[in-house]
Design a protein around this ligand. Sequence first.
Ligand code: G
Ligand code: G
Ligand code: MN
Ligand code: NA
Length: 253
Amino acid sequence: LALEYALNQALEREEFAVYYQPQIDTRTGAISHMEALARWQHPQLGFISPAQFIPIAEQNGAIVALGHWVLRQACAQAKIWQQLGMSITVGVNLSPRQLRDGALLEMVDQTLAQTNLETSLLELEITESATLHNLTQAQSVLMDLHRMGIGLALDDFGTGYSSLSYLKQFPLDTLKIDRSFVMDLLTQDKDVAIAKAILELGRGLDLRVVAEGVETEELQQLLQNFGCQHMQGYLFSRPLPALEATHLLQTQQ
Ligand code: G
Ligand code: G
Ligand code: MN
Ligand code: NA
């Protein structure tokens, strides 16, 4: 409860930051996307993990304002990168609560206009792990976002309940293989079968498939052997503050 109270004040007090984690196109070695990840630095409690505060924000509704703020930061950052000559798509996580929020479309549209960012440089990541209460409503909002030219990614793929029907019903561009299937690929035959099946699914549906949580070169090699082109994980970089992410991009040019 103390945390919930602090959370409600944290936005005004500017205690949040957005970190960026690259996604690599392993065919070229270039960074194509950056995932925006919220970080909370509380003056007394110190660093608080999003795994802790996102669920609270989701429950009490603070996620709507926080999500708006993260989106604005991420779009402004993508614009800066574009002005520096680097065409990087930012991935921004959308919580189920935001997807249900009637003002979402207008909020996204306004944010893109205010930051003057091309819609194609934004990808929104939705999770299947939390139940989407109203599938028809979610589908309609996602169709509108898709029509605007915004990319849509299904995050944590494989961990939720209705993943395959989401694939059928949502206008997706990207599948992110949950890192629980990636972590133990080198030792677990079951994970190998699952990862290969997801990659095959991605090929059949013409989706970009991103493996999350790639931590070693052995894993990268194995995933490449399976035909996985896009990867994200500590092997390439941890999530970085905006300035450090920019330096990383510039050294890769
Ligand atoms: O950054 P980290 O791996 O610690 O994130 C933990 C969880 O918090 C992940 O599931 C991630 O998707 C989620 N998360 C991080 N930033 C945001 C955000 O801005 N919005 C939402 N909805 N979830 C986020
Ligand atoms: O749920 P989502 O996929 O948005 O969560 C992303 C989270 O995964 C971020 O909080 C990020 O810190 C974490 N993450 C990113 N790469 C790795 C990795 O290689 N290993 C582990 N253990 N976590 C990672
Ligand atoms: Mn994500
Ligand atoms: Na994930």
